[in-house]
Design a protein around this ligand. Structure first.
Ligand code: DX5
Ligand code: ZN
Length: 219
């Protein structure tokens, strides 16, 4: 069993058969359920909110990796803790007082993650990196599934790895957007250890098999 974690994104699931798709992830080799929360303000799309997350949490047996693509996420930190989030990731671009936000997430007993949009350099995390459990490097612009992977992600992953080594810290490094069996291995080699995949998994004929393939390729 490889050490790279695979986190299928339920954004690409069949919402009419959500329980079935959550159970598919339960029974697969996936490590986490990745939940994408969008508010139509921070990103130009609305995905789903608390009642749907509650339904997912009811059936999910693996840790819930919650990716908040919302403005002013501080308003909902305790709500997501109550809903059962294990890791709560906020966007750097959405937080004026990021240090305070991270401490609030940890105080609620969750792992704290920060996501970076494709245009945001990793160096902005220099003074907060040692407080983070996870860094999410967006490899597409957040808001939609099924977009094509941005190649500059590799450069960012290498820069992040360097910064982590320099500081002697070891947060998880997650990549989200356009991940497939084509780029999974290269992403791990560049420093990723959590791979999110939505459409590549759920648009395949055999999602469980696709998850197993990704796990094997990622190593
Ligand atoms: C994009 C979301 C992703 C999305 C990935 O805004 O954060 O998690 O579901 O979808 P794919 O794998 O289809 O690019
Ligand atoms: Zn996501």
């Amino acid at each position: 069993m490889g050490k790279t974690l695979i986190a299928p994104s339920l954004l690409a699931a069949d919402f009419g058969n959500l329980q079935r798709d959550v159970e598919l992830v339960n029974q697969s080799e996936a490590d986490w359920h990745h939940l994408d929360i969008m508010d139509g303000h921070f990103v130009p799309n609305i995905s789903y909110g608390m009642p749907v997350m509650k339904a997912i949490a009811k059936h999910a047996t693996k840790p819930l990796d919650v990716h908040l693509m919302i403005s002013d996420p501080d308003r909902y930190i305790s709500t997501f803790a109550v809903l059962g989030a294990d890791t709560l990731t906020v966007h750097y671009e959405a937080c004026t007082h990021l240090h305070r936000t991270i401490q609030a997430i940890k105080k609620e007993g969750m792992n704290a993650g920060v996501a970076l949009n494709p245009h945001t350099p990793v160096k902005v995390l220099k003074d907060i990196l040692h407080d983070l459990d996870l860094v999410l490097v967006m490899s597409v612009n957040p808001g939609y599934g099924g977009q094509s992977f941005i190649e500059n992600t590799y450069t960012k992953l290498r820069a992040l790895k360097k910064m982590m080594e320099k500081q002697g810290v070891n947060p998880l490094v997650e990549v989200d957007g356009g991940v497939s069996s084509e780029n999974a291995r290269a992403l791990v080699e560049a420093g990723a250890n959590v791979l999110v995949a939505g459409s590549f998994v759920f648009n395949s004929k055999d999602p469980g098999g696709t998850i197993a393939d990704l796990k094997e390729i990622a190593g």
